[in-house]
Write a protein that binds this ligand. Structure first.
Ligand code: ZN
Length: 293
């Protein structure tokens, strides 16, 4: 490996996660190898991604992922929903599974619900995700977007995917169909008005939907998504970063769809959690590569 290549690899580091996923190579989980970041894996990814040399991105920022959106914007005006190749789908258990026979099974999907609420927590979450070159879905509440539009813009500009989690976090089966429609529609609308895209992922509060809305999602090209690995940061692990980490590890399996929230103890736990996942060989699914209806 010559020095030019090493430099390229460093500069294109933010692209490597994507490139590795695009390569869909089971032997090169994205983000594996910890701090030294597996040069062999990087070499494979970079060689498969000619765009890595064509679109150098600023290196050294703790939120390197931010650079992906502007870099990609040369070819695609909006980073999400992007025309990224679809490499994964959800199964009935809400696990993320590779579409192709050679896809990387040892992956997790990171999701953060109930924000955007707090600038300090958002800054920390985005910084940690950027450090680990991980993309996540932020399932936001319309009511919180109304209060904190700039936080939504910040999350989106960092290259993450925005999902709909209703306006008020009301449990949908306790509402009329019309009220349920309004929870969904008003949130789609305010997200569209704030960042210019319409979400393709929806997570009903408490994972409970209705027949009425279940019929709507596929017609409107929206994927309803619960989770398959709960951090319990909203329950037994409140104020317990170590508990958040342990709960995720206890339930860890290939394709884990990990439910977390914008909460202080989760924010505190995230760096160590991701480091442990990587040490176990797990990579991160870019939500943009998940198939939607
Ligand atoms: Zn929630």
């Amino acid at each position: 490996m010559n020095s030019t290549f090493v430099s390229l690899t460093k500069q294109g580091a933010a692209l490597l996660t994507v490139a590795t996923l695009l390569a869909a190579c089971g032997s090169t989980p994205a983000g594996s190898g910890g701090a030294s970041s597996a040069p062999a894996s990087a070499a494979v990814s970079a060689s498969l991604a000619p765009s890595a040399s064509a679109t150098p991105t600023p290196a050294g920022s703790p939120s390197a992922a931010v650079s992906i959106a502007p870099g990609a914007s040369a070819a695609t005006p909006t980073p999400s929903p992007s025309p990224a190749a679809k490499l994964y789908r959800l199964n009935k258990n809400y696990d993320v599974v590779p579409i192709g026979p050679n896809g990387n099974k040892k992956v997790v999907l990171l999701t953060f619900d109930d924000g955007p609420k707090d600038k300090t927590m958002v800054d920390s979450l985005l910084g940690t995700l950027g450090k680990h070159k991980a993309k996540a879905i932020f399932f936001v509440l319309g009511s919180k977007v109304k209060q904190n539009p700039d936080l939504l813009k910040q999350i989106y500009a960092s290259g993450h995917t925005i999902g709909n989690h209703t306006w008020s976090h009301s449990q949908l089966n306790k509402l009329s169909d019309a009220q349920g429609d309004e929870e969904f529609d008003s949130t789609q609308r305010i997200i569209r008005e704030t960042i210019g895209i319409t979400p393709v992922f929806f997570r009903p509060p408490n994972g409970i939907s209705t027949d009425h809305l279940n019929e709507r999602y596929p017609k409107e090209h929206v994927l309803r998504m619960n989770w398959s690995n709960g951090s319990l940061d909203w329950a037994d692990n409140q104020h317990k970063p170590a508990g958040v980490i342990q709960s995720v590890l206890d339930q860890l399996h290939s394709g884990s769809n990990i439910l977390m929230h914008e909460l202080a103890w989760t924010t505190e736990a995230l760096d160590e959690l991701l480091t442990k996942l990587e040490a176990l060989g797990y990579g991160y699914v870019d939500p943009a590569t998940i198939e939607t209806p």
